[in-house]
Ligand binder design. Structure first.
Ligand code: ZN
Length: 292
């Protein structure tokens, strides 16, 4: 297992971690400057942040700083109610793929979607099996497009508390079943993003990481699970402040050959988003050395 204590060369900043500091959006160009200044070598930006900064401008700023991506957030949201929404989903995923290519991302991270309409507050139906079949169908289609662009797809299973509104793929086993069905040759075109926050509780976690293997472990996200958790979405903890045994988890992913970045992804409305962005990045660096 790699020793993270001496430096932070394997730290990536998911840019949502510092997306809005003290109530104001922190624009991506400033986030990238702040990362570069601190020797952060990789980031994982979100599409809305890239859109606000401009795709071409972001690509050239990344190049100028020598910062690479550990992933691109995000595609997916495959579930739909009619032909119009189905087509809209596909168009949006193609744009996400093309942006990922322009930014030289190692993978496009997918949050697959839940019951259609639920994210907006009103689910169109209660048929989660239907939602899951639409996810499989959407993924199969997107995989063809992704292969043509040589852009790997990383399914991110989300904690079951998001099954209704964000993702009806909730365990590593479910995500890997989809990989087996759609890419039985383990070509590297389809895999998973292992986010500690979503999967730490899973009794099958170690076994499923071993099942994924190196070809299918495309991204590794870290933060911590706070007790108590006060918000389902925006109360993620800084590494070391919660109950996830991150070194053990990293040991499992590295044991199967994962040697990429560990990406810090913290949504924290009441705490970390209320602080100076530079202070947050500094804290991530320090905790990454000590707690990951
Ligand atoms: Zn994640």
């Amino acid at each position: 297992m790699r020793d993270f204590r001496p430096d932070h060369r394997w730290l990536s900043m998911n840019t949502a971690t510092v997306r809005k500091q003290r109530g104001e959006p922190w624009p991506l160009p400033q986030i990238l400057d702040a990362c570069a200044k601190r020797g952060v070598r990789a980031v994982s930006p979100w599409r809305d942040q890239v859109a606000a900064a401009g795709l071409a401008a972001t690509a050239s700023q990344l190049k100028a700083h020598g910062i690479e991506l550990s992933g691109y957030c995000r595609g997916g949201l495959f579930t739909y109610t009619d032909e119009t929404s189905r087509q809209a989903v596909r168009d949006d995923n193609l744009r996400a793929l093309d942006e990922a290519c322009t930014l030289n991302a190692p993978c496009l991270v997918l949050v697959v979607g839940g019951l259609p309409g639920a994210l907006a507050g009103k689910a169109a139906h209660k048929d989660i099996a239907l939602a899951r079949s639409q996810v499989a169908e959407g993924l199969a289609w997107l995989l063809g497009e992704a292969r043509a662009r040589r852009m790997p797809l990383a399914i991110e299973p989300l904690h079951p508390m998001y099954a209704a509104d964000r993702a009806c793929v909730n365990t590593m086993a479910q995500a890997l079943d989809l990989c087996d069905a759609l890419d039985p040759a383990r070509s590297g075109a389809l895999g998973v993003a292992v986010d500690a926050y979503h999967v730490w509780w899973d009794p099958q976690l170690q076994a499923q990481i071993e099942r994924a293997g190196r070809e299918r472990l495309l991204a590794f996200h870290v933060c911590d699970w706070l007790v108590p958790t006060t918000d389902l979405l925006e109360d993620r903890g800084m590494m070391g402040d919660g109950v996830i045994d991150l070194p053990r988890l990293r040991g499992w992913v590295e044991a199967v050959g994962f040697a990429g970045y560990s990406e810090v992804e913290i949504f924290s409305r009441a705490n970390w988003w209320q602080r100076d962005g530079g202070e947050v990045i500094d804290t991530c660096i320090e905790r990454h050395r000590r707690c990951v």
